[in-house]
Design a protein around this ligand. Structure first.
Ligand code: F6P
Length: 355
């Protein structure tokens, strides 16, 4: 009997641990289920173009510690194209490549596409990836804890220079609609203020907190702000913001704006020059690149193995998820329909450490 052929793709922003999933899926798929694998290049673009290559045990042998993805990635959305030709092209290539099932590794956008193809009858399973940790149905997505380590270390490093120069550093973390990275990275690094999309803020409350620090004799601060934090006074002119194929705006810039506004408002009271008091750092893709931490290697490995077991069980339309200590199947629809946001209690706890 011909071996079953499984496609794998990685879509959306890359993150550490993608290769751990690919390695585990291929290894378990070949050695336990006797499958063959095809890697699709650059996310859904690979299926749109029929661009694929055989993935062997040798290809995945050394990749566990490697960041990024050996398959490449893109933010291609076949359902978002104006021509209407990309969805049928994907279905055609699925057949021509002889695929029996496809493992889509991605965040809400990539898995949203998998769900749509699943609704149209293509056998899909998913594995939840994103440093943003904003997918529902799973306690954590892989990549998240690596990014937390990076934010934590950055705060540690910035604290020493902030203290030397009695400065306020505004550190901009990723997170468009949920502030997981800012909140967890901030708490791990003992940030002196954390700003997220979940809890709108005003400049006044931040200024007030900084003044309290200074009054208490602590003349420096490290503030972490999520790129999508809700700042009441901030105005974004939407037409000027570039969007990706899934309609997401490219954010960034809040750290600089906040640092300037803080400097201007606070410096006169502290007897400082505005342009000397504050500095900003955009952590950007340093949070996403490089080697995965131990947790993400293990989570990725468990996800990859469980995903091929889902295929073997013909449980299509599901993604693997971490709930407590267990890896469980969750309907992709449930995972992508609601953005998972940071618990208010967690943010309240973080605020216990501000002045
Ligand atoms: O993967 C999600 C994310 O990390 C967001 O937090 C961020 O806004 C976005 O990716 C940036 O991605 P890129 O620059 O690759 O488009």
């Amino acid at each position: 009997m011909a071996k079953k052929k499984i496609g794998i793709l990685t879509g959306g922003g890359d993150c550490p641990g993608l290769n751990a999933v690919i390695r585990a899926a291929v290894r378990r798929g070949i050695t336990v289920h006797d499958y063959e694998f095809l890697g699709l290049r650059k996310g859904w673009l690979g299926l749109v173009k029929g661009d694929a290559f055989p993935l062997t045990l040798g290809d995945v042998e050394e990749i566990l510690p490697q960041g990024g993805t050996i398959l490449g990635s893109s933010r291609t959305n076949p359902f978002g194209s104006n021509s209407g030709e990309e969805v049928p092209a994907c279905e055609q290539h699925f057949k021509e490549l002889g695929l029996d099932a496809l493992l889509a590794i991605g965040g809400d956008d990539t898995l949203g596409v998998a769900r749509k193809f699943s609704d149209r009858g293509l056998p899909m399973v998913g594995a939840p990836k994103t440093i943003d940790n904003d997918l529902s149905g799973t306690d954590y997505t892989f990549g998240f804890w690596t990014s937390i380590e990076r934010v934590m270390e950055s705060i540690d490093w910035l604290r020493t220079t902030a203290m030397s120069h009695e400065r306020i550093f505004v550190v901009e973390a990723m997170g468009r609609s949920a502030g997981w990275i800012a909140a967890y990275g901030g708490m791990a690094g003992a940030a002196d203020y954390i700003l997220t999309p979940e809890k709108p803020f005003t400049l006044d409350e931040l200024v007030w907190s900084m003044k309290r620090r200074w009054d208490a004799g602590i003349h420096y601060a490290v503030i972490v702000v999520a790129e999508g934090a809700e700042w009441h006074e901030r105005e974004i002119i939407q037409e000027d913001v570039a969007k990706d194929e899934f309609g997401h705006a490219y954010l960034g810039g809040i750290g600089l704006e906040l640092s300037k506004a803080l400097g201007k408002t606070l410096a006169p009271d502290l007897g400082r020059k505005a342009n000397d008091l504050t500095r900003h750092v955009v952590l950007s893709h340093l949070q996403r690149g490089g080697t995965p931490c131990a947790f993400d290697r293990i989570l990725g490995t468990r996800f990859g193995a469980a995903a091929v077991d889902l295929i073997a069980a013909k449980k299509f339309g599901y993604m693997v998820a971490l709930q407590g200590h267990n890896i469980v199947p969750v309907e992709i629809t449930d995972a992508v329909s609601v953005t998972k946001v940071v618990d208010q209690k967690f943010l309240d706890l973080a605020s216990n450490f501000y002045y």
